[in-house]
Design a protein around this ligand. Structure first.
Ligand SMILES: NC(=O)c1ccc[n+]([C@@H]2O[C@H](COP(=O)([O-])OP(=O)(O)OC[C@H]3O[C@@H](n4cnc5c(N)ncnc54)[C@H](O)[C@@H]3O)[C@@H](O)[C@H]2O)c1
Length: 256
C-alpha cells in the first residue's frame, strides 16, 4: 500500500473531493484525520469516518473551522497526540460566493479569503511547525497538498473572491515549496477542472455543467476520485523530487 503507516489530515473531508481523498488515503494504509465544520456529507450517505471504519481503515473526525487559528492548532495537537506524527496535510476545504467584483460585499470577501487563503495559511503553518520537529523519512519531513483550481490560472466567470483566492493558493504553494525545501518539506497543489460533487448552487447548475462538458476535451466531467488519484501520487513516496507544482486534473481543459 502506498501510504502504509502515514498520518494524514484532510480538511473539508466530510464531502466531495476531500471525502474521496480521505477514503483513498485510508484504503492505501494511512490513518486519516477528517477536519471539517460539519460531519454529515453534503451529498448524503454515511459519514467519511463510517465508510473508512467499515472498510477496516483508521480515521478520526475533528470538528475544525480552518479559518480559526486555535481550532487548527487543536487539530494538529489532536493528530499528533493520537497518531504520533503528521506526514501529510491536504488543504482542501473551501467556500465560494458566485459574485462579481461589484456584487461582492466586504463580508463575502472576508469570508472567502478567511477560509480559502487564511485557512490554508494557518493549516500550512501549523503543519510545518509540527513537521520540523519530526525526523525525515526518505528525506521528507512532511508534505502539503493544496487543492487549488483551474480558476487559480484562468478567471472563474462571476466568482471574483473565489478566483482571487485560488490564484493565491497557487502562489502560496510555490512560496512554501521554495522556502522550506531545504528542511525536507514538500509542497504541491492539485488543480481540479470541473468535478461533479454534491454542493449546491452554480457548481451543479445544468447549463454550467453542460458548458463544462462541451469545453472539456476528455468526453466526461471529472469525478472526486480523479483528484484523489493525483493527491495520492503527491502524498506517496512515488513523488519525492516533485515540489512547487500545480498539477492539473481537468480532462485537458487548460491545454486547449
Ligand atoms: N468541484 C469542483 O468542480 C472543483 C473544481 C476546482 C476546485 N475545486 C476545489 O476542490 C475543493 C473541494 O471542493 P468540493 O467541490 O469537494 O467542495 P464541497 O463544497 O463539496 O466540500 C467542501 C467541504 O469543505 C468543508 N468546509 C467548508 N468551509 C470549511 C471550513 N471553514 N473549515 C473546514 N471545513 C470547511 C465543507 O463543510 C465541505 O465538507 C475546494 O478547494 C474547491 O475549491 C473543486
Amino acid at each position: 500500500m502506498l501510504l502504509d503507516g502515514k498520518i494524514a489530515i484532510v480538511t473539508g473531508a466530510s464531502s466531495g473531493i476531500g471525502r474521496a481523498i480521505a477514503l483513498r488515503y485510508a484504503a492505501e494504509g494511512a490513518s486519516v484525520v477528517i477536519a471539517d465544520v460539519i460531519e454529515a456529507p453534503i451529498e448524503g450517505g454515511e459519514t467519511t469516518l463510517e465508510l473508512i471504519e467499515q472498510a477496516g481503515g483508521t480515521a478520526l473526525f475533528v470538528r475544525t473551522d480552518i479559518s480559526d487559528w486555535n481550532a487548527v492548532d487543536a487539530l494538529v495537537m489532536t493528530t499528533t497526540t493520537t497518531f504520533g506524527r503528521l506526514d501529510v496535510i491536504v488543504n482542501n476545504a473551501a467556500t465560494y460566493t458566485s459574485t462579481t467584483l461589484l456584487e461582492t460585499t466586504p463580508e463575502q470577501w472576508n469570508k472567502v479569503l478567511s477560509v480559502n487563503l487564511t485557512g490554508f495559511f494557518f493549516c500550512s503553518k501549523r503543519a510545518v511547525q509540527q513537521m520540523l520537529e519530526q525526523e525525515p523519512v526518505n528525506d521528507v519531513r512532511g508534505r502539503i497538498i493544496n487543492i487549488s483550481s483551474q480558476h487559480g490560472m484562468v478567471a472563474c466567470p462571476g466568482d471574483f473572491p473565489y478566483s482571487v483566492s485560488k490564484g493565491g493558493i497557487v502562489q502560496m504553494t510555490r512560496q512554501i515549496a521554495v522556502d522550506h525545501a531545504a528542511q525536507g518539506i514538500i509542497c504541491n497543489a492539485v488543480a481540479p477542472g470541473t468535478i461533479v460533487t454534491g454542493k449546491p448552487g452554480i457548481a451543479n447548475d445544468p447549463d454550467a455543467l453542460s458548458y463544462s462538458r462541451s469545453r472539456t476535451p476528455l468526453p466526461r466531467l471529472g469525478r472526486p476520485d480523479d483528484v484523489a488519484g493525483a493527491a495520492l501520487f503527491l502524498a506517496s513516496d512515488m513523488s519525492t523530487y516533485v515540489t512547487g507544482i500545480n498539477l492539473m486534473v481537468d480532462g485537458g481543459w487548460m491545454a486547449g
